[in-house]
Ligand binder design. Structure first.
Ligand code: MLT
Ligand code: ZN
Length: 466
């Protein structure tokens, strides 16, 4: 365990109060890692500031003591971005959880970094508006972490990613200076938009302490249709067919292997009589009375073309929620097989050929491994999860997957795709960054980091080495 010297400890206690500096083993373990659970955490201490001024004071102290800082939100990330394993100080933003300064005219609201996604969604709904970015982890993910990872989720095809909803960001940089970026403006062409550099920077440029978030109008009612398909290619055909005719809010998919694992939890029922190799889950707006008819005629058309074998449309919110659970519960359900997670993307128009090539690589290189496919096929992003065989040691499994990933990423590179479409790079993907980014791009990123973080104390070793 990393020791913290008494002088540093007492200066930190002076800043946040002694009960807000945690050094017990449970807290170090709890705050020191994220959902990857691949790395053994080893932070020096966990700090729970309750103001931007305290965050600034901690960073200024860290500069003088040359100690690194790892920011910590809901720790629902899947790339090791929030892992502290080298004696860093963890700056947990849980207590910056105030939502205020709601402005109905601007349709904005001010959120502390520690506000939960679900808290913002509920706040908007109570005011007849909505915060439409959504993911399975919305009950535990926090706005600061969403911004640091530019979190996407299940409705990107309709509502975009977190980036699209950030009107302003307050950032404590690597000197401990407070930057107020964009200040909620809609239009602001005054040079580089530093706000957008901070979004998705995984805490390597500084710590997001506050954000002005945009809200949307209340969303129309939606229905969910689940379609059974013979293969992934058919799903892309269904997508191409319905793209222009339905007001889609989500177009997701998952395999029968994923369905089986979720059903094995015991509290859910198979929604269709017979199993099929793959399922497409479409959510669409019931904007007018013909929306269901359009969905039904799409269904019939797809059946006649052999792309769809069976289907069901939700008739109530409860049915809609239970269909969604089949998709949203996959991550948590398969977590106990410590899956190796791929999060790859291409432009949607090339999904069919892209997935055919990835599938060929996977079939050739992973005989005997269980593969779980799911993801956001409507925006070109699929999650390919490889489950660890029970009897294989974790490090052998991981090494093997990393080898195969080189072939998968070579395909991604040929398609000009992304090796991490939404989970970020963190520790997990940093050695593979070159498949998606050129040397020059990575070098420019390093220089940008230096400008924000000249002492290299902000989440060092994440995305790339400095
Ligand atoms: C999802 O799509 O459910 C999330 O990205 C989490 C995951 O990939 O496991
Ligand atoms: Zn996802």
């Amino acid at each position: 365990m990393s020791a913290i010297d008494n002088a540093l400890l007492s200066s930190l206690q002076d800043i946040v109060g002694s009960e807000r500096v945690l050094t017990d083993a449970n807290s170090l373990q709890h705050y020191g890692t994220d959902w990857t659970s691949l790395y053994a955490p080893d932070p020096a201490a966990v700090l729970l500031p309750d103001s931007a001024a305290q965050v600034q004071a901690i960073v200024q102290l860290a500069v003088t003591r040359n100690v690194a800082i790892v920011p910590s939100g809901g720790r629902t990330g899947l790339s090791g971005g929030a892992v502290a394993r080298k004696g860093e100080l963890i700056l947990a933003l849980d207590r910056l959880d105030t939502i205020d300064a709601f402005n109905r005219v601007d349709r904005t609201v001010r959120c502390g970094a520690g506000v939960l996604t679900a808290q913002l969604q509920a706040f908007a709904m109570q005011r007849g508006l909505s915060y439409p970015v959504d993911f399975a982890a919305s009950g535990s993910s926090r706005i600061g972490g969403n911004i640091a990872t530019n979190a996407g989720g299940i409705r990107v095809i309709r509502h975009g990613m977190t980036r699209d909803w950030v009107a302003g960001v307050k950032l404590v940089d690597g000197r401990g200076e407070l930057l107020d970026l964009n200040k909620g403006l809609v239009k602001n062409n005054t040079g580089y938009d530093l706000r957008h550099l901070v979004i998705g920077a995984e805490g390597t440029l500084g710590i997001v302490v506050e954000a002005t978030m945009r809200l949307a109008e209340a969303q129309p009612a939606t229905a969910v249709m689940l379609l059974a398909t013979p293969d992934i290619q058919s799903i892309t055909q269904v997508f191409d067919t319905c793209r222009d005719t339905m007001a889609l809010t989500a177009f997701e998919f998952f395999s029968e292997a994923a369905m089986l694992r979720v059903l094995a939890q015991g509290d859910r029922q198979r929604p269709l009589e017979r199993p099929a190799p793959f399922y497409a889950l479409l959510e669409f707006e019931l904007s007018d009375s013909s929306a269901r008819d359009v969905a039904l005629s799409l269904y019939e058309d797809c059946v006649s073309r052999g792309w769809v074998q069976a289907g069901v449309i939700s008739q109530s919110d409860a049915q809609k929620a239970s269909l969604w659970r089949l998709r949203e519960d996959i991550t948590e359900t398969i977590a106990r097989w410590t899956p190796y997670k791929n999060d790859i993307s291409t432009v949607t128009s090339r999904s069919a050929e892209f997935l055919a090539e990835i599938d060929a690589v996977v079939t050739a290189h992973y005989p005997g491994f269980e593969i779980i496919w799911f993801g956001h096929i409507g925006d070109g992003n699929v999650h390919l999860n490889i489950l660890k065989p029970e009897d294989m040691p974790a490090d052998t499994f991981h090494r093997r997957c990393e080898e195969v990933s080189q072939s998968i990423f070579a395909v991604v590179q040929r398609f000009g795709g992304s090796i991490s479409a939404e989970h970020g790079v963190g520790l997990v993907k940093k050695n593979d960054l070159h498949f998606s980014r050129s040397e020059l791009e990575i070098d420019i990123m390093r220089q940008i980091k230096k400008a924000f973080d000249p002492h290299s104390i902000m989440n060092p070793g994440k995305i790339f080495d400095t």
